[in-house]
Design a protein around this ligand. Structure first.
Ligand code: 5AD
Ligand code: SF4
Length: 470
């Protein structure tokens, strides 16, 4: 029997968290035990991120800590998975002697083989990218819970000039619709209540005749009590069909992560984002008409090469115009191999920081104002468990992904949908009181919005279609 015990730490985006579950699936099929205790592991893996320099610096710091373990027990295999394995390759092996294993995102199937190579005293290296690997047939190793991430496509063909992802994760390819649906069925049987479909650019999902809207519709039809989320959407590829699909299915969350990156057309062009701010704002307007109550989040980069104060002001202006519920905000970090790396990183770090702080402050203010307007409304919350601060309170999320805290109520458990009346809000959290249980999110949300009518399908399942379409 395989006595090896694997410990794995994950850094970076949700794709990496989903990949870690794949890796654990692959290893446990080969008889490896997965452990949460690093002290008992003889294989220690870090699933890494290269998106910005500080992400990589964290991993270098962690490798420094792991050296102590390796010194005590030289038999321990230490491996780097993910984007850094792909990006740094030889450098990591040569400079960091404690690294025995380097396996990039498209070579996880061969991980058991590479681990054996490392146990035999050689370096296990697998960093080839693939045009076809989707791990379609691999069942990820997931603990029981409420929320699951499912990666539906891999790689990215967009080549934004600042981004290393097309180089570390390779070309875009989609999983088959059927394999995604089978995975959601298994999750439904296990009692999961929320599924997030993942890809660097889910809108270019393509499985023969099926596009992302088809995948989303099929996902939502598996179990009407599972909330469906998805990320990330590229503003160039978001179709009307997709917007109508979100409107049509009450269990597809009214929430779109739509990275804008910058408010300046000049900078967007330098970034190769392939849309203008006018196109972006039109899209937001259209989405709001088709999906009443839809909310948005975004990604913003401050201090891209040549960014002027005027460009920065335009970013602040777009933030105000859209009124994002949330934003992920970053300082530009030059990545070797990208096109922007050849541009001069000419915005001084203090200026990047100052602009970033202005962006963060504005977003706080916008989120606070949006949340204040929710006071007095009743929201449907998926209960996740006790709140972090006190067992006397429960925490859950709204359809638009806002954390909501309310006093514990009789017989309410994680996984239940409940109604909560909001009576207080900060920029990050809603607070309220329990007003009742929700039997079915399909019926309640359609009745509430008043824009949806019920129709019966051939299978007898109740679907809901939007009359906004006609
Ligand atoms: N510097 C700063 N932020 C970056 N992102 C991607 N590459 C860089 C970079 N080189 C941000 C983008 C992207 C998010 C995932 O990370 O905003 O949407
Ligand atoms: Fe990177 Fe752009 Fe692809 Fe997103 S769409 S992963 S930012 S290249």
């Amino acid at each position: 029997m395989n006595k090896n015990k694997v410990y794995i730490e994950t850094y970076g985006c949700q794709m990496n968290f989903a990949d870690t579950e794949l890796v654990m699936g692959i290893l446990s099929n080969k008889g490896y035990q997965i452990t949460k205790d690093i002290a008992e592991a003889n294989v220690i893996l870090l699933n890494t991120c290269s998106i910005r320099d500080n992400a990589e610096q964290r991993i270098y710091g962690r490798l420094g800590n792991l050296k102590v373990i390796k010194d005590d027990n030289p038999e321990t295999v230490i491996g780097i998975l993910g984007c850094m394995a792909e990006r740094l390759r030889k450098e990591l092996i040569e400079e960091r002697k404690i690294v025995d294993l380097l396996v990039g995102p498209d070579e996880y199937r061969r991980l058991p083989e590479f681990i054996n190579t490392a146990f035999a005293g050689e370096k296990g290296i697998g960093v080839k990218l693939s045009r076809t690997e989707t791990y379609d047939d691999i069942i990820p190793f997931r603990e029981d819970g409420l929320s699951a991430w499912i990666s539906v496509m891999r790689g990215c063909d967009k080549f934004c000039t600042f981004c290393v992802v097309p180089f570390t994760r390779g070309r875009e390819r989609s999983r088959s619709l059927n394999s995604v649906i089978d995975e959601i069925k298994r999750l439904s049987e296990r009692g999961f209540k929320e599924v997030t479909l993942l890809g660097q650019n889910v809108n270019s999902y393509n499985d023969g005749g099926n596009d992302f809207a088809d995948l989303l519709a099929a996902s939502a039809s598996v179990d009407s009590q599972i909330r469906i989320r998805f990320t990330t959407s590229h503003p160039q590829d978001l179709s009307d069909k997709l917007l109508y699909t979100i409107a049509e299915y009450p269990n597809i969350c009214n929430y779109i992560h739509l990275p804008v990156q910058s408010g300046s057309n000049r900078i967007l062009e330098l970034m190769n984002r392939t849309y203008t701010i006018e196109h972006y704002l039109n899209l937001i307007d259209k989405a709001r008409k088709i999906i009443p109550g839809v909310s948005f989040s975004t990604d913003i980069i401050s201090g891209f090469p040549t960014e002027t104060y005027e460009d920065h002001l335009q970013t602040l202006e777009v933030m105000q115009t859209v009124g994002y519920d949330g934003a992920y905000m970053f300082k530009y970090s030059p990545r070797e191999g990208t096109k922007a790396y050849n541009m001069k990183d000419d915005v001084p770090d203090e200026v990047k920081t100052k602009r970033l702080n202005e962006i963060i402050d504005l977003q706080h203010k916008i989120s606070y104002e949006i949340n204040q307007k929710m006071i007095g409304t009743e929201e449907i919350i998926l209960v996740e468990g006790p709140s972090k601060k006190s067992d006397a309170f429960l925490a859950g999320r709204t359809d638009t992904n806002k954390v909501t805290i309310f006093p514990k109520a009789e017989n309410i458990h994680p996984g239940d949908y409940v109604k909560v009346k909001i009576n207080r809000a900060t920029s990050a959290t809603l607070f309220g009181e329990y007003t009742g249980r929700v039997r079915s999110i399909t019926t309640v949300e359609s009745a509430r919005s008043g824009r949806l009518k019920r129709t019966s399908t051939k299978s007898g399942r109740t679907l809901v279609s939007a009359n906004t379409k006609s």
